[in-house]
Design a protein. Structure first.
Length: 112
């Protein structure tokens, strides 16, 4: 991970994973960017015009069909208890990942 390498070299650390990715992409030397081994999961598309899709989850499935990487950890839940359980689960799981995360994102699924 980028911060681990920076720490070993006693360089200032990135504040969070987003800053690490943004800082990597701003490098003037493309070889430095390539060494960072960046990867991305798509979580949305910004403004989505009216279409046949009625939910955020449907759009993500469409993006997956197009070949974009979608997080395998996405879960639809039905109520606040489901949200709470998912957040508690990730409180424990986040340290087991082989990548850094800022935290859990909660979205309303329906576009209607």
């Amino acid at each position: 991970m980028i911060n681990k390498e920076k720490q070993e070299k006693e360089l200032p650390l990135f504040a969070n994973p987003r800053n690490a990715a943004a800082g990597s992409l701003r490098q003037l030397d493309p070889h430095v960017v390539a060494k960072r081994n960046l990867n991305i999961f798509i979580y949305g598309v910004g403004h989505w015009p009216v279409s046949k899709y009625e939910s955020h989850f449907e759009v993500l499935q469409y993006l997956k069909e197009l070949g974009f990487r979608i997080s395998p950890y996405i879960r639809k839940v039905k109520d606040l208890n489901g949200i709470w359980d998912f957040c508690k689960e990730w409180e424990d799981k986040r340290d087991e990942l082989n990548f850094e995360v800022d935290g859990v994102v909660i979205k309303v699924n329906s576009f209607l």
